[in-house]
Design a protein around this ligand. Sequence first.
Ligand code: SAM
Length: 330
Amino acid sequence: MSQSKLTDRFGRTVNYVRLSVTDRCDFRCVYCMAEEMTFLPRQQVLTLEEIARVAKTFVSLGTEKIRLTGGEPLVRKDILELVKEIGTYGLRDFAMTTNGSQLPTMADPLRKAGLKRLNISLDSLDPDKFASITRTGKLSRVLDGIDAAKDAGFEGIKLNTVVMKGGNDHEVPDLVEFARKKGVDITFIEEMPLGEISEHDRGQALCTSDEVRDIISQRHELVATTEDSGGPARYYRMPDSSIKVGFISPHSHNFCSTCNRVRVTVEGRLLLCLGNEHSVDLRRVLRGHPVTDDKLRQAIIDSMDLKPEKHHFSSEGDVQILRFMNMTGG
Ligand code: SAM
């Protein structure tokens, strides 16, 4: 694999790209979206061919890991065609983040199309709680999806849980037992202030990774590891289990100094940082130069000068980043 040609002003190498393939989703998770959402008109959204051009150009610049996300990537029509295409690019890691609702039928075709790893969001094991967090989701469907993903033989499956104090924090032990039983990794995420929500107060609901780790430590010894999945999580292991427990802590353990990532929204906006608005309009370049990728390549190289040193998240006061996570590409 080629060396990354993308290095920013702070000496960080970018070799991981998250591509959002849709802003639409069949769930309306309370921390992610408003109940009533307006989605983008079709002409503003990159075509699958445009997304593939972006992916291929990043790979030519040394990207080794691509994650498809959204919105819910599995509600995008013909997503399997995109997965098949990107699957031919020889990536070290090719992953998707999904809510799992379509996995009962899609897990096997996705694996066969070349996807290597799945992150599946799971915030509750209680059907009523799950329905209230996701507003429209059905837990049994997601649990079936997790089983289908296991049967399909992915190289890695990880559960993602956003922990909210007074919301689902009491379920942390059950979620860990569930992950241990299924033999899948689990990562606990601190809620980030993306988009204005009305369901709860983010400051009051913030459950830090240290607090989650304390809850788990009451039942299981957690041993810190230096293992790295190429993303922002820090991992722990338990002596009596094969699974990893990860923590993504944008508030309490800022992960900016080792940031190796950029995101491309479904409108083709290249976001240099999750917690800042610095961006480049790749759609304009793609559509202005439909035949060759030289300009696209140069725009991506030049964008590195815009990558900010760090984000400043705070759960107090006004929301700082107005775009919701479904627009950002989680
Ligand atoms: N629909 C897919 C899913 O549910 O996994 C992919 C997109 S979703 C935006 C990606 C991840 O971002 C999910 O694990 C979700 O829980 C997380 N997420 C969404 N909004 C968040 C927020 N405000 N803070 C932290 N994580 C968030």
